[in-house]
Design a protein around this ligand. Sequence first.
Ligand code: C2E
Ligand code: MG
Ligand code: MG
Length: 441
Amino acid sequence: VEAKMAHMAQHDALTDLPNRMLFREKMNEGLARVAADGTAMAVLCLDLDNFKTVNDRLGHAIGDRLLVWVADRLRECADDNDMVARLGGDEFAVLQRGPQPESAEQLARRLVEIISHPPLFDGHIVHSGVSIGIAVAPVDGLEAEQLMKCADLSLYQAKAKGRGGHEFFRTELEEQASSRHQIEMELLGALEAGEFHLVYQPQIRLDNGQLTGFEALLRWNNPRRGPISPTDFIPVAEETGLIVPIGEWVLRTACAEAAKWPSYVTVAVNLSPVQFRSRGLAAMVTSALAATGFAPHRLELEVTESALLQDDAATIAILHQFRALGIRVSMDDFGIGYSSLSYLRKFPFDKIKIDRSFVGTLGETVGSEAIVRTVANLGINLGMTTTAEGIETQEQLEVIRRAGCTEGQGYYFSRPCAAADVFRAIDRFDLAAQAARTEVA
Ligand code: C2E
Ligand code: MG
Ligand code: MG
């Protein structure tokens, strides 16, 4: 009984892997050896990709089976001398001796590869994958605390790079983390200090060159660092929840500006998945429309599929509320997620925006053109507008037009412009469209 109790205290009940406590103990032993004989030891921190989604969509029983499956793959790939542990949730770790970083590199590659093949549980193909952060003693440190911190930072980097990969620790990562922390602190005050503004990018009808509307894009002019890209600060705003007040500011500002434009011109506003999880999104939208007197049918809300990933039913209910108000809803960045098609069936979007990665690789990557054409057809069959994003050249425009997309957006037509320049852009496209009409006539 005593032996059993001791085992239970040091192992995880689900996978029977050593737990965090035992892992720490072994790590300290390992580090003492590294200090004594100068050999190397790597710490690999693993975190499953999409584990929460698997749990939410397929239930905890399947989530548990996935964890057990991963634990078995880890045991299979690791050496007898390596130590595999479950640190908690979907986090695992491996302690590995041997020549470093080669051994860790090899092991990480194998793990990423093996875990990327989805297992089949009860007829469900369970897509997951793993991201791995690696720190090596003695180069990255000789203290357990320090080494874990390095491995965690590397893991964070692997996730940020798009998951399903591994990263070794580099000192730049520490600097990046502290700049992220700073962005976080500075974001707090940015809204009140009036450091945000919106720019507007034209969306153009491809059959006649007419401007249909603008997409509002957020800009942050940080007085200490200069302009910061939304791709850098929106993730931080999402993590901290600040995207909720910021998103409200964006919507109100965009509606107030657009209310001054000619009545045929629409405005599109991006919504973050985090806003869907906050309560009162539909009420916030209603009150922004009321406060600015902006007509709902001139408003378009752009959502990405990551909004739908989290809680399908609740999100779709909100989308229907938007629809009932007369607002149009677009699916943004179409094609880069993994189940876009099923979402098109769950909600009748008004518009599909084809991600600019497809447009940017037209003529380079085989298949991009076929994909664009297929999505355009899909739009025709589903009665949805299709907008190609990121058109930069005349050649791309020709391909897009031939493919049958309805609208285009991109530097070729116009870069995002300041609010004050919107009227000039409207005039310019009006004139161009008129000229094109006379030419045809
Ligand atoms: P998005 O919604 O897909 O916006 C389009 C992005 O593509 C914009 O980048 C735009 O400037 C850029 N773009 C447009 N045409 C071209 C082109 O021809 N070539 C290239 N290379 N890029 C082009 P931006 O403004 O940096 O925004 C990036 C992303 O940040 C947006 O992607 C959106 O996901 C997010 N974002 C921007 N503003 C907001 C906002 O107000 N709220 C939320 N939640 N997200 C926002
Ligand atoms: Mg967008
Ligand atoms: Mg987009």
